[in-house]
Write a new protein. Sequence first.
Length: 396
Amino acid sequence: MNERLRDVYVVDAVRTPIGRYGGALSAVRPDDLAAGVVRELLRRSPALDPSLIGDVFFGNANGAGEDNRDVARMAVLLAGLPVTVPGTTVNRLCGSGMEAVIQAARAVALGDASVAVAGGVESMSRAPWVLPKPERAFPVGNQQLYSTTLGWRMVNPRMPDEWTIPLGESAELIADKYGITREAQDAFALASHEKAARAWKEGAYDTEVVPVENVDLPRDEGIRDNTSLEALARLKPVFRAGGTVTAGNASPLNDGAAALLLVDEAGLAETGREPLARIRASAVTGIEPQYFGLGPVDAIRKALTKAGRTLDTLHTVELNEAYAAQALGCLAALPELDSGILNPKGGAVAIGHPLGASGARITGAVAHQLAQAGSGTGLAALCIGVGQGLALVLER
């Protein structure tokens, strides 16, 4: 690392339980979800003076509703931080939460901040409909509303048709490309639920997941303890007649938030705590939009090269499971990656994928796993709609 850059430590990471669309968190505004994890993150470091926080970075893929454009600043104010603490919101769609972590880490590494908070939030339940302004005043006839929950909207007609297909059809293309069967996708989904259910039962999330005020949600809402291959096999394909992608082997729509506390050496002394992990390197890449699910592949290779590591040196990996087909496609393209260390406490198919929060969730998960192990190298990575990939390497 450049001698002028400071080491960046993850002191702590928290997240809410993830709620299902229209479920237990659907009555909670996204700015309140964000404020809740920020408040809890700082409560867990009582020695830290909140006025020392140089900036708060939050990822958010929507921003069109109660996120109120700059949900990071809203979270700062609602969490009761000093008004002198600024906040900025970043949007890299599904990678927004990780992008927030990366930007916060850069600020700390460069000396712009000694202490920073990074995270992400999404309420897909509360994402509003939007009405475009007409081309001219006083239009005659009906106007079309667009949902902001997920996917393309108000598409520029200059975009090639093959780029603007539904996200699930992109997963079908990846299944075609690598010959990934329906049975393999269902088996992957079942394993995700089994790992997540076991992790909760064993208390593996006790130090990571914090409650949401006035909400009774003791664990991630989407986990299905009693699902089976037979039950998954009965589900019909959603995106293509005769296809392989179903509601059972894809991540659902979700609500949730996550936050991390990042510091340099001086900031670490202010907390009086031992860090979970150190941020080592990151990378972002682009890919054809219709194959967005394979975006992590090159990002992972680039980030590992920057860190001076290889796939066979990793101890744990969190790869966001947008679709089972997408995750299996990444594994097929990365044959050196040991699938046995992938998403050890379950992935997004079971836990859920609240878009702007997921990158912060999986980064925090890797940090906690490294702390529990005591040493090692971990990787977090996501695919991003419209064809991008993001990866982050952490060490302890």
